[in-house]
Design a protein around this ligand. Structure first.
Ligand code: PHE
Length: 480
């Protein structure tokens, strides 16, 4: 059952610029309604920023550096999108296209938190950090409430219920003190009769807990777009674009085709492009441009200064990842960490444990997923230098196996990647700001789509939603 349908059929010819998620979704939905679509895609694969790196994948960045991934069979790295929330329309496409999904572990009580600048010399486990932060904050609030400090704000029964909640939430003792909790975990886990376990000791003081800054990571898992459960396609995120490409039909997608000029004409659109070094051109009744705005802004066109200044107002952002393949899954055996994310204040920022292949022989960590200045600081390094710096950071948290078990790595920097030059974009004022009107409404016969033109920038949901809006408007006009 489809969630989205264009009712009524049309046969107009449409040229779609870009075979990322927005472009593929456009051609897929229009194709179902009878349109004759052609996608021009500059790269030799579908997906755009939806890009999964496996053994044999080769890239060349804007510095001219070529990498070929040496990952083992079954190991992969989602260089771009890597997680889907349950409400996102991306899951509807997975269902409709038959792309199997599995849980992506976005938060793990046994993953680590490490703030070096706060003086931490060893990582904390999420579960212990949460017990301590919630314990001490609820202790203070419970004591103030109990002393009557909130009597102006609370009725007697409010007060009673708040006290009940705080004692439970913080695991407070009878005297409203937080003195540690089994929620911190055990240094010896409980087992059979005679083995009650040993609760993890060394409860830090309230002052130490607040100084460590670990609490700053907790709200992430409450976010509307990041809360568990999250999902990923089995075998790699690019299962989505490949399934879309199959459904659209291979003959409708022209790879290696970079757009060189867009001309709106009296009755349609002419798009010039180059393929295999040869200048070509295609005519259509309509065009849907689903290229990144920063790349589109460099393409000559006759769509007017409103389009150009809107495109130029939208600025590219940086993000990067390194995949580290290991000869063993030591994070599972030595640390009992099965998926989830370690958060740091180091320049690697986020370290991801794999949510697939548990108990397998090998495994692949994301050694950095960083953004902005942190991503930019790794970009000019050679792949070997990036690896060395990422590993040095990881050793601080996980110890020597982070270096000694490493088999191979592959790093990807979106700002320095041809045909994208951005991980995502900043659209000042949001997509409904009047300055973007020439993009959210058609200009001549040209429509625009992309996550950057939605309220869900940096999510495939935004690309799919934007494509649905563009094809709905185009279809209405074609039928009129
Ligand atoms: N969607 C991307 C991610 O999940 C980027 C992003 C991060 C977007 C956080 C919004 C919030 O990492």
């Amino acid at each position: 059952k489809s969630d989205f349908t264009l009712s009524g059929r049309a046969a107009a010819k449409v040229v779609v610029l870009g075979g990322g998620i927005a472009g593929l979704a456009t051609a897929y939905e229009l194709g179902k309604a009878g349109y004759d679509c052609t996608i021009l895609e500059a790269q030799n694969r579908p997906g755009g920023r939806n890009f999964t790196v496996r053994g044999g994948t080769t890239t060349t960045d804007l510095y001219g550096t070529t990498q070929t991934a040496r990952f083992s069979p079954g190991q992969y790295m989602n260089a771009g999108p890597a997680r889907l929330a349950q409400w996102m329309v991306t899951l509807d496409y997975c269902r409709e296209l038959g792309v199997p999904i599995e849980v992506f572990t976005n938060v793990n009580a046994d993953a680590f938190l490490y703030n070096e600048s706060a003086g931490m010399t060893a990582p904390a486990r999420y579960r212990a950090a949460k017990a301590d932060v919630f314990g001490y904050t609820t202790e203070m609030l419970a004591k103030l409430t109990d002393q009557g400090s909130l009597d102006q704000q609370l009725t007697a029964s409010d007060k009673e219920r708040l006290m009940e909640f705080l004692k439970d939430y913080g695991d407070l003792g009878g005297s409203l003190e937080y003195t540690g909790s089994t929620r911190r975990g055990y240094s010896v886990w409980p087992g059979a009769a005679g083995q009650p376990g040993v609760v993890a000791g060394d409860v830090p003081s309230a002052s130490e807990v607040f100084a460590s800054g670990v609490g700053r990571y907790f709200s992430f898992e409450f976010e509307f777009d990041q809360a568990m459960l999250m999902f990923q396609p089995v075998g790699g995120m690019d299962r989505i674009p490949y399934a879309l490409a199959t459904a659209i039909g291979a003959r409708r997608i022209q790879y290696g085709s970079a757009v060189t000029r867009i001309t709106d004409t009296e009755h349609g659109v002419t798009v010039a492009y180059s393929r295999d070094g040869r200048a070509r051109s295609i005519e259509a009744d309509f065009c849907v441009s689903a290229m990144p705005p920063n790349i589109l802004a460099k393409v000559p066109h006759n769509l007017g200064s409103g389009v150009q200044s809107a495109l130029e107002a939208i600025t590219p952002s940086s993000a990067a990842k390194i995949g580290l393949e290991y000869r063993s899954r030591w994070w599972e055996t030595d640390y009992r960490i099965y998926g989830g994310i370690t958060e740091t204040d180091l320049d690697v920022t986020h370290i991801w444990h794999p949510s697939y292949g548990f108990h397998g022989e090998r495994g692949l960590l994301i050694g950095y997923y960083n953004t902005g200045a942190n991503a930019d600081s790794y970009a000019p390094l050679t792949p070997a230098q990036r690896e060395a710096r990422a590993v040095a950071a990881g050793v601080k948290i996980y110890g020597d196996k982070y270096r000694s078990e490493l088999a191979t790595s592959f790093s990807h920097h979106w700002r320095q990647f041809p045909h994208q030059e951005a991980a995502w974009h900043s659209t000042p004022g949001g997509p409904d700001d009047p300055r973007y009107k020439p993009l959210t409404a058609p200009t001549g016969h040209v429509y625009f789509a992309g996550d950057w033109l939605s309220y869900m920038d940096a999510w495939q949901h935004g690309a799919f939603s934007s494509a649905r809006t563009a094809v709905t408007a185009l279809h209405k006009r074609a039928l009129a």
